[in-house]
Design a protein around this ligand. Structure first.
Ligand code: PEP
Ligand code: MN
Length: 343
């Protein structure tokens, strides 16, 4: 249930509502929003009676939330969540582009990639330091050394950094370096990890699981938000279907559906979504046209030498060409790209 307070409700009236919720053994969540003060209630097993709240001073309405995901739903918060990543606004009118290699491989590689993606117009640098690989014999990432190189690239370029958090043990270490923590597809339902991220003050990029439904993705986001971390972005990165010509099938439907069901920003990952370098630009353009708030794209200075996902990574030149096309589409839908800050 969502308790909507009157525009001029006093702090005492708001507190009284929270106290009442807590006295019933339930959780009260303040819903951030410019328009109104609202309090979400979770933890009830049965439907609550609206009357017991509507009669309280300062309460405008008590609304049942029909979806199983509560705090991330549009029903609870009408306006879009805008995540402020150190000045880069994710989920606002403007579209953000995140780009960089699948894995951080060396100082030269990450600095070259960072400079290239920035000059093409990206505002956030991606790069994995802890890599969840299908095979234990494949490159697992440079770990803390990789995080340090990302931090160096940030210092040199001003780009924000997004990197994957693979397990609960490394949360403090990765959080100390990253601007956004990426939860990989394989970890979407790692509930201990989600709970831990819920108590951090750090934006999270939550990737859709390999065969997760949109409801499961939203419920996973609910784990993080219900613990108090409201800065979550959802990422469509392709799902497993019967198709074998492509690595995954990017579910373009997910973009408008998630935007309707939830107020959280939606990010499209065309690289893992199709898994073929040649076709990444088409899917990136489609993502923007469909209403994504951001793109995350794999770019490598020498894709053929990449230690992971080279087959789906764009070269710097291919990325620059794509960015011009994306800019055009973004402008056509009145959602210009966020521009990088000059170095
Ligand atoms: C990645 O971003 O490199 C990655 C491993 O993505 P996913 O978790 O979507 O497979
Ligand atoms: Mn990858």
């Amino acid at each position: 249930m969502l308790i909507v307070m009157k525009p001029h409700a006093t702090a005492e009236q708001i507190e009284a509502v929270k106290q009442k919720i807590q006295s019933m053994g339930l959780s009260a969540h303040s819903i951030p929003g410019a328009q109104r003060v609202a309090i979400g209630i979770t933890g009830n097993r049965e439907a609550l009676e609206a009357e017991q709240f509507i009669t309280m001073a300062g309460v405008a309405d008590a609304v049942r939330i029909s979806q199983p995901f509560k705090l991330v739903s549009r029903e609870v918060k009408e306006e879009d969540t805008v995540i402020d990543v150190g000045g880069v606004l994710l989920g606002g009118r403007r579209i953000a582009v995140m780009a960089g290699p699948c894995s951080v491989e060396s100082k030269e590689q990450i600095l070259e990639a960072a400079a290239a993606v920035k000059s093409a117009g990206a505002v956030i640098l991606r790069g994995g330091a802890f890599k969840p690989r299908t095979s234990p014999y494949e490159f697992q990432g440079l770990r803390e050394e990789g995080l340090k190189l990302l931090a160096l690239a940030r210092e040199r370029t001003g780009l924000k950094i997004v990197t994957e958090i693979k397990d609960t043990e490394t949360v403090p270490m990765v959080a100390a370096y990253a601007d956004i923590l990426q939860v990989g597809a394989r970890n979407m339902q790692n509930f201990s990890l989600l709970e831990k991220l819920g108590s951090l003050d750090k934006p999270v990029l939550l990737k859709r699981g390999l065969s997760a439904t949109l409801k499961e993705l939203l419920m996973a986001a609910e784990y993080i938000v219900s613990r108090g971390n409201h800065r979550v972005a959802l990422c469509e990165r392709g799902i497993r279907t019967f198709e074998t010509m492509t690595r995954n099938t990017l579910d373009i439907n997910a973009v408008p559906v998630l935007k309707t069901l939830s107020h959280l920003p939606v990010v499209v990952d065309p690289s893992h979504g199709i898994g073929l370098r040649q076709h990444v630009p088409a899917i990136a353009r489609a993502g923007v046209a469909a209403g994504a708030d951001a793109l995350i794209i794999e770019v490598h200075p020498q894709p053929d030498k990449a230690l992971s996902d080279g087959h789906q990574s764009l070269s710097s030149a291919e990325f620059a060409t794509l960015m011009k096309q994306v800019e055009g589409i973004a402008r056509a839908i009145q959602r210009p790209l966020i521009s990088p800050v000059p170095t």
